[in-house]
Design a protein around this ligand. Structure first.
Ligand code: GLY
Length: 425
Protein backbone atom coordinates (compact mmCIF):
# COMPACT_ATOMS: atom_id res chain seq x y z
CA UNK A 1 0.00 0.00 0.00
CA UNK A 2 1.22 3.53 -0.79
CA UNK A 3 0.44 6.01 1.98
CA UNK A 4 0.56 9.80 2.05
CA UNK A 5 0.75 11.65 5.38
CA UNK A 6 -0.47 15.26 5.28
CA UNK A 7 1.29 17.68 7.63
CA UNK A 8 4.72 18.66 8.87
CA UNK A 9 4.85 18.56 12.66
CA UNK A 10 5.64 16.18 15.50
CA UNK A 11 2.21 14.57 15.26
CA UNK A 12 2.77 13.80 11.58
CA UNK A 13 6.27 12.43 12.23
CA UNK A 14 4.67 10.11 14.81
CA UNK A 15 1.93 9.08 12.36
CA UNK A 16 4.58 8.38 9.71
CA UNK A 17 6.58 6.35 12.24
CA UNK A 18 3.50 4.32 13.22
CA UNK A 19 2.56 3.70 9.57
CA UNK A 20 6.11 2.70 8.64
CA UNK A 21 5.99 -0.10 11.21
CA UNK A 22 3.12 -1.74 9.32
CA UNK A 23 3.80 -4.57 6.90
CA UNK A 24 0.91 -3.18 4.82
CA UNK A 25 2.86 -0.03 3.93
CA UNK A 26 5.18 -0.25 0.92
CA UNK A 27 5.86 3.43 0.16
CA UNK A 28 5.39 6.39 2.43
CA UNK A 29 5.10 10.02 1.30
CA UNK A 30 4.48 13.20 3.27
CA UNK A 31 3.14 16.59 2.20
CA UNK A 32 5.18 18.53 3.06
CA UNK A 33 6.81 16.46 5.84
CA UNK A 34 9.95 17.42 7.72
CA UNK A 35 13.56 16.17 8.07
CA UNK A 36 12.48 13.51 10.58
CA UNK A 37 9.83 12.17 8.22
CA UNK A 38 12.32 12.31 5.33
CA UNK A 39 14.19 9.46 7.01
CA UNK A 40 11.04 7.31 6.68
CA UNK A 41 9.73 8.27 3.26
CA UNK A 42 9.64 10.87 0.54
CA UNK A 43 8.63 14.45 1.35
CA UNK A 44 6.84 16.42 -1.35
CA UNK A 45 6.47 20.16 -1.32
CA UNK A 46 2.68 20.56 -1.13
CA UNK A 47 1.04 22.67 1.59
CA UNK A 48 -1.29 20.72 3.93
CA UNK A 49 -4.18 23.08 3.08
CA UNK A 50 -3.77 22.63 -0.68
CA UNK A 51 -6.62 20.12 -0.99
CA UNK A 52 -6.53 19.96 -4.80
CA UNK A 53 -2.74 19.62 -4.85
CA UNK A 54 -2.80 16.78 -2.35
CA UNK A 55 -5.61 14.92 -4.12
CA UNK A 56 -3.81 15.38 -7.47
CA UNK A 57 -0.56 14.02 -6.03
CA UNK A 58 -2.44 11.05 -4.55
CA UNK A 59 -3.99 10.22 -7.92
CA UNK A 60 -0.75 10.58 -9.87
CA UNK A 61 1.25 8.46 -7.44
CA UNK A 62 -1.19 5.59 -6.87
CA UNK A 63 -1.69 6.48 -3.24
CA UNK A 64 -3.99 3.98 -1.49
CA UNK A 65 -4.48 5.88 1.76
CA UNK A 66 -4.11 9.55 2.76
CA UNK A 67 -3.71 10.19 6.51
CA UNK A 68 -4.46 13.78 7.42
CA UNK A 69 -2.78 15.24 10.53
CA UNK A 70 -3.59 18.95 10.97
CA UNK A 71 -6.89 20.75 11.59
CA UNK A 72 -6.24 23.34 8.85
CA UNK A 73 -6.05 20.61 6.20
CA UNK A 74 -9.34 19.12 7.43
CA UNK A 75 -11.00 22.53 7.34
CA UNK A 76 -9.65 23.00 3.82
CA UNK A 77 -11.48 19.83 2.72
CA UNK A 78 -8.50 17.57 1.97
CA UNK A 79 -10.52 14.46 2.87
CA UNK A 80 -13.42 15.54 0.62
CA UNK A 81 -11.09 16.14 -2.35
CA UNK A 82 -9.21 12.87 -1.88
CA UNK A 83 -12.38 10.81 -1.44
CA UNK A 84 -13.96 12.46 -4.49
CA UNK A 85 -11.24 10.68 -6.51
CA UNK A 86 -12.13 7.33 -4.95
CA UNK A 87 -9.00 7.27 -2.77
CA UNK A 88 -9.22 6.30 0.91
CA UNK A 89 -8.64 9.03 3.50
CA UNK A 90 -8.22 8.80 7.27
CA UNK A 91 -9.84 11.87 8.80
CA UNK A 92 -13.21 13.63 8.82
CA UNK A 93 -14.73 15.58 5.95
CA UNK A 94 -14.79 19.38 6.14
CA UNK A 95 -18.41 19.26 7.35
CA UNK A 96 -17.60 16.79 10.13
CA UNK A 97 -14.42 18.66 11.11
CA UNK A 98 -16.56 21.71 11.86
CA UNK A 99 -16.74 20.21 15.34
CA UNK A 100 -13.25 21.74 15.69
CA UNK A 101 -13.00 24.60 13.20
CA UNK A 102 -16.08 26.36 14.53
CA UNK A 103 -16.27 26.55 18.33
CA UNK A 104 -19.75 28.08 17.93
CA UNK A 105 -20.99 25.04 15.96
CA UNK A 106 -19.38 22.69 18.43
CA UNK A 107 -20.77 24.35 21.57
CA UNK A 108 -24.28 24.56 20.08
CA UNK A 109 -24.14 20.89 19.09
CA UNK A 110 -23.13 20.03 22.69
CA UNK A 111 -26.00 22.10 24.09
CA UNK A 112 -28.51 20.46 21.75
CA UNK A 113 -27.24 16.96 22.56
CA UNK A 114 -27.15 17.57 26.34
CA UNK A 115 -23.38 17.03 26.49
CA UNK A 116 -21.88 18.55 29.68
CA UNK A 117 -19.88 21.69 28.89
CA UNK A 118 -19.52 25.19 30.36
CA UNK A 119 -22.45 27.61 29.86
CA UNK A 120 -21.73 29.92 26.93
CA UNK A 121 -23.02 32.32 24.33
CA UNK A 122 -21.74 33.17 20.84
CA UNK A 123 -21.22 36.79 19.75
CA UNK A 124 -20.29 38.74 16.67
CA UNK A 125 -21.20 42.03 18.36
CA UNK A 126 -18.56 43.24 20.81
CA UNK A 127 -21.03 45.29 22.92
CA UNK A 128 -23.22 42.22 23.49
CA UNK A 129 -20.14 40.12 24.30
CA UNK A 130 -19.07 42.72 26.89
CA UNK A 131 -22.53 42.66 28.50
CA UNK A 132 -22.34 38.85 28.79
CA UNK A 133 -18.88 39.07 30.38
CA UNK A 134 -20.36 41.43 33.00
CA UNK A 135 -23.25 39.03 33.56
CA UNK A 136 -21.06 35.90 34.03
CA UNK A 137 -18.20 37.61 35.89
CA UNK A 138 -14.62 36.31 36.19
CA UNK A 139 -12.81 34.03 35.85
CA UNK A 140 -14.16 33.55 32.36
CA UNK A 141 -12.99 32.17 29.00
CA UNK A 142 -13.05 33.99 25.66
CA UNK A 143 -12.45 31.88 22.52
CA UNK A 144 -12.17 32.58 18.83
CA UNK A 145 -14.81 30.75 16.82
CA UNK A 146 -12.25 29.75 14.19
CA UNK A 147 -8.87 28.02 14.28
CA UNK A 148 -6.03 30.00 15.88
CA UNK A 149 -3.10 27.56 16.12
CA UNK A 150 -4.09 26.50 19.64
CA UNK A 151 -3.83 30.08 20.92
CA UNK A 152 -7.44 31.21 20.50
CA UNK A 153 -8.76 30.28 23.98
CA UNK A 154 -8.03 33.02 26.51
CA UNK A 155 -8.56 32.28 30.20
CA UNK A 156 -9.27 35.64 31.84
CA UNK A 157 -8.84 36.02 35.60
CA UNK A 158 -10.68 39.37 35.79
CA UNK A 159 -13.51 41.11 33.93
CA UNK A 160 -10.98 43.74 32.75
CA UNK A 161 -8.80 41.01 31.23
CA UNK A 162 -11.84 39.57 29.44
CA UNK A 163 -12.75 43.01 28.03
CA UNK A 164 -9.18 43.34 26.74
CA UNK A 165 -9.39 39.87 25.22
CA UNK A 166 -12.63 40.80 23.42
CA UNK A 167 -11.01 43.99 22.08
CA UNK A 168 -7.97 42.02 20.92
CA UNK A 169 -10.00 39.37 19.11
CA UNK A 170 -12.99 41.33 17.82
CA UNK A 171 -11.74 44.90 17.33
CA UNK A 172 -7.99 44.57 16.72
CA UNK A 173 -8.58 41.20 14.97
CA UNK A 174 -5.42 39.62 16.44
CA UNK A 175 -6.40 36.26 14.92
CA UNK A 176 -8.00 37.73 11.81
CA UNK A 177 -11.29 36.20 10.66
CA UNK A 178 -11.03 33.45 13.33
CA UNK A 179 -12.06 36.03 15.95
CA UNK A 180 -14.87 37.69 13.97
CA UNK A 181 -17.20 35.59 16.10
CA UNK A 182 -16.30 34.62 19.68
CA UNK A 183 -17.55 32.15 22.25
CA UNK A 184 -17.70 33.47 25.82
CA UNK A 185 -18.01 30.72 28.39
CA UNK A 186 -17.86 30.09 32.13
CA UNK A 187 -14.51 29.05 33.57
CA UNK A 188 -14.30 25.41 34.66
CA UNK A 189 -12.22 24.45 37.69
CA UNK A 190 -10.49 21.08 37.53
CA UNK A 191 -7.76 19.02 35.90
CA UNK A 192 -7.72 18.80 32.11
CA UNK A 193 -6.98 15.65 30.14
CA UNK A 194 -7.25 14.43 26.56
CA UNK A 195 -9.48 11.53 25.57
CA UNK A 196 -9.28 10.27 21.99
CA UNK A 197 -11.43 7.73 20.20
CA UNK A 198 -11.17 6.12 16.81
CA UNK A 199 -14.59 6.18 15.20
CA UNK A 200 -16.22 5.04 11.97
CA UNK A 201 -19.04 7.54 12.46
CA UNK A 202 -21.13 5.22 14.63
CA UNK A 203 -18.98 3.06 16.88
CA UNK A 204 -16.11 4.32 18.97
CA UNK A 205 -12.93 2.76 20.28
CA UNK A 206 -11.08 4.68 23.02
CA UNK A 207 -7.33 5.26 22.92
CA UNK A 208 -5.23 5.42 26.05
CA UNK A 209 -6.04 8.68 27.97
CA UNK A 210 -3.28 11.28 28.03
CA UNK A 211 -2.52 14.72 29.40
CA UNK A 212 -1.01 17.69 27.60
CA UNK A 213 0.85 20.62 29.25
CA UNK A 214 -0.28 23.74 27.37
CA UNK A 215 1.22 26.67 29.34
CA UNK A 216 4.83 27.54 28.60
CA UNK A 217 6.23 27.49 32.16
CA UNK A 218 6.48 24.89 34.89
CA UNK A 219 3.49 24.72 37.20
CA UNK A 220 1.19 25.56 34.27
CA UNK A 221 2.14 29.24 34.40
CA UNK A 222 2.37 31.70 31.51
CA UNK A 223 0.70 31.87 28.12
CA UNK A 224 -0.65 28.86 26.27
CA UNK A 225 1.41 27.10 23.62
CA UNK A 226 0.59 24.33 21.17
CA UNK A 227 1.59 21.91 23.96
CA UNK A 228 4.89 21.52 25.84
CA UNK A 229 4.71 17.83 26.67
CA UNK A 230 2.40 14.92 27.35
CA UNK A 231 2.22 11.57 29.06
CA UNK A 232 0.02 8.49 28.92
CA UNK A 233 -1.78 6.74 30.48
CA UNK A 234 -3.11 9.70 32.49
CA UNK A 235 -4.42 8.45 35.85
CA UNK A 236 -6.87 11.37 36.15
CA UNK A 237 -9.04 9.43 33.66
CA UNK A 238 -9.55 6.11 35.42
CA UNK A 239 -11.68 3.29 34.05
CA UNK A 240 -14.88 4.66 35.61
CA UNK A 241 -14.28 8.17 34.30
CA UNK A 242 -13.53 6.85 30.80
CA UNK A 243 -16.78 4.85 30.75
CA UNK A 244 -18.70 7.92 31.88
CA UNK A 245 -16.99 10.12 29.24
CA UNK A 246 -17.77 7.61 26.50
CA UNK A 247 -21.42 7.24 27.51
CA UNK A 248 -22.33 10.83 28.34
CA UNK A 249 -20.02 12.77 26.03
CA UNK A 250 -18.37 10.98 23.16
CA UNK A 251 -21.10 8.59 22.00
CA UNK A 252 -23.76 11.37 22.03
CA UNK A 253 -21.38 13.60 20.05
CA UNK A 254 -20.68 10.93 17.42
CA UNK A 255 -24.39 10.11 17.08
CA UNK A 256 -25.23 13.84 17.07
CA UNK A 257 -22.85 14.41 14.17
CA UNK A 258 -24.34 11.47 12.28
CA UNK A 259 -27.87 12.80 12.84
CA UNK A 260 -26.75 16.15 11.42
CA UNK A 261 -25.70 14.40 8.21
CA UNK A 262 -21.99 14.87 9.04
CA UNK A 263 -20.78 11.45 10.20
CA UNK A 264 -17.41 11.88 11.89
CA UNK A 265 -14.81 9.33 10.79
CA UNK A 266 -11.25 9.36 12.05
CA UNK A 267 -9.91 10.28 15.45
CA UNK A 268 -12.08 12.45 17.68
CA UNK A 269 -10.21 14.37 20.37
CA UNK A 270 -12.13 15.40 23.43
CA UNK A 271 -10.49 17.93 25.76
CA UNK A 272 -12.04 17.06 29.13
CA UNK A 273 -12.10 19.03 32.37
CA UNK A 274 -12.50 16.76 35.37
CA UNK A 275 -14.60 19.07 37.56
CA UNK A 276 -16.09 18.43 41.00
CA UNK A 277 -19.39 17.84 39.16
CA UNK A 278 -17.90 15.25 36.79
CA UNK A 279 -16.28 15.40 33.35
CA UNK A 280 -17.13 18.36 31.13
CA UNK A 281 -16.01 19.16 27.59
CA UNK A 282 -13.46 21.92 27.07
CA UNK A 283 -13.45 21.39 23.31
CA UNK A 284 -13.70 18.79 20.59
CA UNK A 285 -10.94 18.51 18.00
CA UNK A 286 -11.08 16.57 14.78
CA UNK A 287 -7.60 14.99 14.78
CA UNK A 288 -4.82 13.59 16.94
CA UNK A 289 -3.40 15.95 19.55
CA UNK A 290 0.13 17.25 19.28
CA UNK A 291 2.02 16.23 21.46
CA UNK A 292 -0.49 13.60 22.66
CA UNK A 293 0.02 11.53 19.47
CA UNK A 294 3.70 11.31 20.42
CA UNK A 295 2.80 9.30 23.56
CA UNK A 296 -0.30 7.43 22.37
CA UNK A 297 0.95 5.89 19.12
CA UNK A 298 4.22 4.50 20.57
CA UNK A 299 2.12 2.63 23.16
CA UNK A 300 -0.19 1.06 20.56
CA UNK A 301 0.52 -2.60 19.75
CA UNK A 302 -2.01 -2.82 16.92
CA UNK A 303 -1.21 -2.02 13.30
CA UNK A 304 -2.18 1.63 12.86
CA UNK A 305 -2.30 1.35 9.04
CA UNK A 306 -4.85 -1.47 9.31
CA UNK A 307 -6.97 0.59 11.71
CA UNK A 308 -6.78 3.64 9.44
CA UNK A 309 -7.82 1.64 6.38
CA UNK A 310 -10.78 0.13 8.26
CA UNK A 311 -11.98 3.53 9.44
CA UNK A 312 -11.50 5.12 6.02
CA UNK A 313 -13.78 2.38 4.65
CA UNK A 314 -16.34 3.11 7.37
CA UNK A 315 -15.79 0.03 9.48
CA UNK A 316 -14.02 0.21 12.78
CA UNK A 317 -12.32 -3.16 13.35
CA UNK A 318 -13.65 -5.20 16.27
CA UNK A 319 -11.80 -4.07 19.39
CA UNK A 320 -10.52 -3.67 21.90
CA UNK A 321 -7.13 -2.24 21.01
CA UNK A 322 -3.96 -3.74 22.46
CA UNK A 323 -1.58 -1.51 24.39
CA UNK A 324 1.96 -1.97 25.64
CA UNK A 325 1.91 -2.33 29.41
CA UNK A 326 4.14 0.72 29.68
CA UNK A 327 3.97 4.47 30.23
CA UNK A 328 5.15 7.12 27.77
CA UNK A 329 6.31 10.69 28.33
CA UNK A 330 7.04 13.29 25.66
CA UNK A 331 9.00 16.45 26.47
CA UNK A 332 8.79 19.18 23.85
CA UNK A 333 12.10 20.95 23.27
CA UNK A 334 11.38 24.49 22.08
CA UNK A 335 13.17 27.65 20.95
CA UNK A 336 13.68 30.09 23.85
CA UNK A 337 11.12 32.89 23.56
CA UNK A 338 8.31 30.69 22.19
CA UNK A 339 5.29 31.23 22.16
CA UNK A 340 6.45 34.85 21.70
CA UNK A 341 9.25 35.73 19.30
CA UNK A 342 12.31 33.50 18.99
CA UNK A 343 15.29 32.92 16.73
CA UNK A 344 15.64 29.97 14.37
CA UNK A 345 18.52 28.40 12.45
CA UNK A 346 20.29 27.03 15.57
CA UNK A 347 22.24 23.85 14.84
CA UNK A 348 20.78 20.80 16.64
CA UNK A 349 23.37 18.40 18.05
CA UNK A 350 23.20 15.11 19.93
CA UNK A 351 20.27 13.36 18.25
CA UNK A 352 22.61 10.48 17.35
CA UNK A 353 23.16 9.90 21.09
CA UNK A 354 19.54 8.73 21.33
CA UNK A 355 20.20 5.79 18.98
CA UNK A 356 21.65 3.74 21.82
CA UNK A 357 18.47 4.20 23.93
CA UNK A 358 15.66 1.65 23.40
CA UNK A 359 12.11 2.96 23.13
CA UNK A 360 13.23 6.59 22.88
CA UNK A 361 12.14 8.69 19.89
CA UNK A 362 12.92 12.24 18.80
CA UNK A 363 9.90 13.32 16.75
CA UNK A 364 10.69 16.36 14.63
CA UNK A 365 8.22 19.23 14.96
CA UNK A 366 9.95 22.25 13.47
CA UNK A 367 13.38 21.42 12.11
CA UNK A 368 15.04 22.05 8.76
CA UNK A 369 18.19 20.98 6.90
CA UNK A 370 20.51 23.86 6.08
CA UNK A 371 23.92 23.34 4.44
CA UNK A 372 23.80 19.70 5.44
CA UNK A 373 23.07 20.50 9.08
CA UNK A 374 19.89 20.00 11.09
CA UNK A 375 18.70 23.34 12.47
CA UNK A 376 15.76 24.73 14.43
CA UNK A 377 12.98 26.14 12.25
CA UNK A 378 10.16 27.12 14.60
CA UNK A 379 8.87 27.33 18.16
CA UNK A 380 8.33 23.69 19.06
CA UNK A 381 11.42 22.00 17.63
CA UNK A 382 11.37 18.36 18.81
CA UNK A 383 9.15 16.06 20.86
CA UNK A 384 11.30 13.59 22.77
CA UNK A 385 9.32 10.51 23.80
CA UNK A 386 10.47 7.73 26.11
CA UNK A 387 8.73 4.55 27.21
CA UNK A 388 9.30 2.72 30.49
CA UNK A 389 7.50 0.31 32.79
CA UNK A 390 5.93 3.16 34.74
CA UNK A 391 5.39 6.91 34.53
CA UNK A 392 8.34 7.78 36.81
CA UNK A 393 10.66 5.74 34.60
CA UNK A 394 9.37 7.25 31.36
CA UNK A 395 9.79 10.79 32.73
CA UNK A 396 13.38 10.07 33.83
CA UNK A 397 14.25 8.46 30.49
CA UNK A 398 12.68 11.31 28.49
CA UNK A 399 14.68 13.94 30.41
CA UNK A 400 17.84 11.84 30.11
CA UNK A 401 17.32 11.90 26.33
CA UNK A 402 16.52 15.64 26.28
CA UNK A 403 19.78 16.34 28.14
CA UNK A 404 21.72 14.78 25.26
CA UNK A 405 20.20 17.17 22.69
CA UNK A 406 21.77 20.58 22.39
CA UNK A 407 20.99 23.79 20.55
CA UNK A 408 21.36 27.45 21.42
CA UNK A 409 18.44 28.96 23.36
CA UNK A 410 16.92 25.52 23.95
CA UNK A 411 13.92 25.62 26.33
CA UNK A 412 11.75 22.88 27.83
CA UNK A 413 9.46 22.43 30.82
CA UNK A 414 11.00 20.46 33.67
CA UNK A 415 7.74 19.15 35.16
CA UNK A 416 6.12 17.07 32.43
CA UNK A 417 4.17 14.20 34.01
CA UNK A 418 4.37 15.46 37.58
CA UNK A 419 0.63 15.89 37.88
CA UNK A 420 0.29 12.21 37.05
CA UNK A 421 2.88 11.25 39.69
CA UNK A 422 1.10 13.37 42.31
CA UNK A 423 -2.24 11.76 41.51
CA UNK A 424 -0.79 8.26 41.74
CA UNK A 425 0.84 9.11 45.09
N1 GLY B 1 -2.47 19.19 22.38
C1 GLY B 1 -3.22 20.27 21.91
C2 GLY B 1 -3.70 20.12 20.54
O1 GLY B 1 -3.27 19.25 19.82
O2 GLY B 1 -4.58 20.88 20.14
Amino acid sequence: MNVLVVGKGGREHTLAWALRRSALVDSLYAAPGNPGIAALGECVSIAPEDARGIAGFARENDIDLVVVGPDGALEAGVVDEVESLGIRAFGPTRAAAEIEWSKAFSKRMMREEGIPTAVFEVFSDVAKARAYVNELGAPIVVKTDGLAAGKGALVCRTVEEAMKALDGLMTEKKFGEAGRKVVVEAFMEGEEASVFVLTDGERVMPLVPSQDHKPIYDGDAGPNTGGMGAYAPAPVIDEGALKDILERIIEPAVLGMKRRGRPFRGVLYCGIMMTAGGPMVVEFNSRFGDPEAQVILPLLEDDFAELAVGISEGSLPAGPLTWKRKAATCVVVASGGYPGSYETGMEIRGLDLLDEMDDVFAFHADTAMRDGKLVTAGGRVLGVTALADDLRGSIDRAYDAVDRIRFDQRYFRKDIGEKGLRRMA
